[in-house]
Structures are given as structure tokens and as C-alpha cells.
Write a protein that binds this ligand. Structure first.
Ligand code: NAD
Ligand code: IPM
Ligand code: MN
Length: 374
């Protein structure tokens, strides 16, 4: 039996998580698989009522789960960052989910944005998930001399920063510090090479901007070289701007991309576009020896929330990725197969790809494929 924490969250989060739960119920019925769900009402509603993002007690309860399934965070009524940083990033950092695994695969039957090109799109993005410009160190200073002190606390290390700023002839500035630690780079890059080896891939592409952000991504590159030699897998370095170009022009050339946090965030929305749209993209925030958390790549989509228009496929594939990661390989394969059959039939399409099928009807179609014998 696996205990699963469920955080539906904001906007379309609860709508797509409902469908993912239905599909998980179906695989439980089909296989000898037992999952026990507990819902956590984190998000805008809870925050607006109580002023709390996530409590210590909730973190402790989540820590006892095998995995977490999350919808989305973010609400127009709440200032940007409060829920995203206060809940989503808090959970990623607290559980030290240092890998953000984002498969980019275009399934048959999904309209290809690179129309007419008929390109095979199947790559894995391994995004670092605890460092870079996401560490949240920064501030604003106005006039004269100021000093700021920061602490960066991660499971494996604690670092203190003292920043003195003398605004000589400028009135105001804002700054934000990006951090790549040796440990932080090594562990996610090692994960990427291990995955490449397991999948028998021939090439790992490292994404950075080492021509400008020479310190942080210089260190990153050193670790890529160490691990490429250790795993005897070919590696290439590409600047993030060039990767954006190549992902559109020749996506078939990529097998696995390993990328620092911020570039990985941006490139996986581009990747989502290649796989049919944000509604198709799954992800896993993974701590290989801890509690991992699975969520679609998309956000709370306030523009379509409550209209039964959301595409639930990304959330359903995220539930599949969750089962795969916790070792339930057959059940995970059932989910992917059912999704593939439904997409291939072209009969159940949400509005994002020009269809009229509602969110629950797409979920129902996938459930019935899971349960059918064929
Ligand atoms: P978004 O991903 O919510 O939406 C971008 C566009 O894609 C919108 O037009 C939306 O309607 C569409 N879209 C997204 N998911 C879809 C789906 N499943 N089916 C059909 N269409 C879909 O990004 P945004 O608008 O930039 O952000 C909205 C809020 O979500 C913000 O508060 C943001 O911070 C937050 N956000 C959260 C996450 C997360 O929880 N992981 C990710 C991204 C953004
Ligand atoms: C994502 C989101 C988050 C990120 C935000 C909401 C903090 O965009 O999961 O891709 O930047 O990681
Ligand atoms: Mn994003």
C-alpha cells in the first residue's frame, strides 16, 4: 500500500487532479495495487482564509507519504509569488526534490505545432530544482549604504551571505543572487547521466549560458565533464539561446537535456508547445531517496478555470510518472497506454487543441481504456 498526499491547489488544479484520481482508481481496480489518498487543501482559498501558506504540521504529514500529487498553485487574488514560492517552491526545497524530470513527447493524434515537418519529438529534460536564480536571495535598496544578510539552507548545506551595497549615484536598485553549488550541480547532473545510461542514450546536452554567467555555469560545466567521463557518455554544451532555436528547428536532435533551474523552466514551456501544448506536459519533482512530488507543467490557468475546458492529460501523465517512480511500472504503463490510445483515436479533444470534449469526458475516455482488455 502506498500513501499518496494530494494537493489539488488553485484554478484548474482541482479539475485536472480529479481526472488523475479517477484514472488512478481505475488502475487500482485493474491491478493488484493499493493507494491511499489524503487531500491537503493548500492554495489560495486556504491562504485567504487563514493567512497561512503551508504549516509545519502539514509538512510533517506530507513527509510520511510515499509521494505527492499536485495540481497547480497561483491565483489572481493573491500577489504573485506568495503561493508559488510559499507553497510550491517551499515543498520542492523542503523535500529536497533536486530533480525536475520533464519528459517531452509528442503522441500520435496530437496536432503537431511544427506542421508538415513530421518530426519525432521525444526528449527528456532534467531540470535542476533547488538552486540557480530560484534560491530567493535578493532585495531592494534605496540610497546610500546598506547591508543585507541572507542564509541559504538546504538539507546538505547551509551558506551565509553578507551583501554590502553602496549606491553612489543611483537612487534605487533591486538584486537577486543566483547560486550553483558543487554538490547541487553534481547530484542532478549525475541523475541525468544515470538516466541516459539506463535509457541507452547516446548524447547528453548540457544547457547553460556560460559565455555570460561565467561563474555559476562555469562550475556547472566542470561537473558535466566529470560525469560524462564517469559514465562514458558523449556530452555537448549548448547555450540556452541556441537550444531554444534548435528545439523548434530540429527537436529530433535532442535526447536528454540537463539544465539549470531557470532555463529548464523556460525551455519546458517551449517543450510543452512541441508536445501539443501545456495541457500535455507532465513532470516530477524527484528526490531519489525521499518524498517526490508530481504535477503537470502548466499553472492554474485562471483564464479557463471552472469552465471544464482544461486538458487533464498532463496531470494524468504526471500520475503515471508518479507510479513509475515509486516502482509500479505496470500500472504506470497502463496509464500511458490508455492516454496514447485516446489521443490516437482523435475522438476526445479539449478546446486547447480545437476540440469540444470537456475535462471529465477526456478523463472518462482514459479510464475506460485503462479498464478495457485491449
Ligand atoms: P498557465 O500554465 O496557468 O497558463 C498559460 C496558458 O496555457 C493559459 O492560456 C492557459 O489557459 C493555458 N493552459 C494551461 N494549462 C492548460 C490546460 N491543462 N489545458 C488547457 N489550457 C491550458 O500559466 P500562467 O497563465 O502564466 O500562470 C497562471 C498562474 O499559475 C500564475 O499564478 C502562475 O504563477 C501559476 N503557475 C503555477 C505553476 C505550477 O503550479 N506548477 C506553473 C506555472 C504557472
Ligand atoms: C513550473 C512553474 C514554477 C517554476 C513557478 C510557478 C514557481 O513555472 O513549475 O514550471 O518556475 O518552477
Ligand atoms: Mn514553468
Amino acid at each position: 500500500m502506498h500513501k499518496i498526499g494530494v494537493i489539488p491547489g488553485d484554478g484548474i488544479g482541482p479539475e485536472v487532479i480529479r481526472e488523475a484520481r479517477k484514472v488512478l482508481d481505475a488502475v487500482m481496480e485493474k491491478r493488484d495495487l493499493s493507494l491511499e489518498f489524503e487531500e491537503f487543501p493548500l492554495g489560495a482559498g486556504h491562504y485567504l482564509q487563514t493567512g497561512e501558506t503551508v504549516s509545519e504540521e502539514t509538512l510533517q504529514r506530507l513527509a510520511r507519504k510515499k509521494a505527492i500529487l499536485l495540481g497547480a498553485m497561483g491565483d489572481p487574488r493573491v500577489k504573485p509569488g506568495i503561493l508559488e514560492k510559499g507553497i510550491l517552491l517551499r515543498l520542492r526545497f523542503h523535500f529536497d526534490q533536486y530533480v525536475n524530470l520533464r519528459p517531452v513527447r509528442l503522441y500520435e493524434g496530437v496536432p503537431n505545432p511544427l506542421a508538415g515537418k513530421n518530426k519525432k519529438i521525444d526528449m527528456t529534460v532534467v531540470r535542476e530544482n533547488t538552486e540557480d536564480f530560484y534560491v530567493g536571495l535578493g532585495g531592494r535598496v534605496r540610497g546610500g549604504l546598506s547591508k543585507s544578510a541572507f542564509e541559504l539552507i538546504r538539507r546538505a548545506y547551509e551558506v551565509k551571505f553578507d551583501v554590502g551595497i553602496d549606491l553612489q549615484n543611483e537612487t534605487e536598485l533591486a538584486f537577486q543572487i543566483g547560486v550553483i553549488s558543487r554538490h547541487g550541480a553534481r547530484r542532478v547532473i549525475e541523475y541525468a547521466f544515470q538516466l541516459a545510461k539506463m535509457k541507452e542514450l547516446k548524447l547528453v546536452t548540457s544547457v547553460d549560458k556560460a559565455n555570460v554567467l561565467t561563474e555559476v555555469y562555469g562550475l556547472w560545466r566542470e561537473e558535466v565533464d566529470v560525469l560524462a567521463a564517469k559514465y562514458k557518455i558523449k556530452r555537448e554544451f549548448q547555450y540556452v539561446d541556441a537550444v531554444a532555436l534548435h528545439m523548434v528547428r530540429s527537436p529530433e536532435r535532442f535526447q536528454l537535456l540537463v539544465t539549470p533551474n531557470l532555463f529548464g523552466d523556460i525551455l519546458t514551456d517551449l517543450g510543452a508547445a512541441l508536445q501539443g501544448g501545456l495541457g500535455f506536459a507532465p513532470s516530477g519533482n524527484i528526490n531519489p531517496s525521499g518524498v517526490s512530488m508530481f504535477e503537470p507543467v502548466h499553472g492554474s490557468a485562471p483564464d479557463i478555470a471552472g469552465k471544464k475546458k482544461a486538458n487533464p492529460v498532463g496531470a494524468i501523465l504526471s500520475a503515471g510518472l508518479m507510479l513509475d517512480t515509486i516502482g509500479e511500472k505496470e500500472a504506470a504503463a497502463d496509464i500511458e497506454r490508455a492516454v496514447m490510445q485516446v489521443l490516437k483515436s482523435r475522438k476526445f479533444r479539449t478546446a486547447d487543441i480545437g476540440g469540444k470534449t470537456s475535462t471529465p469526458k477526456v478523463g472518462d475516455a482514459i479510464v475506460s481504456r485503462v479498464l478495457s482488455r485491449r
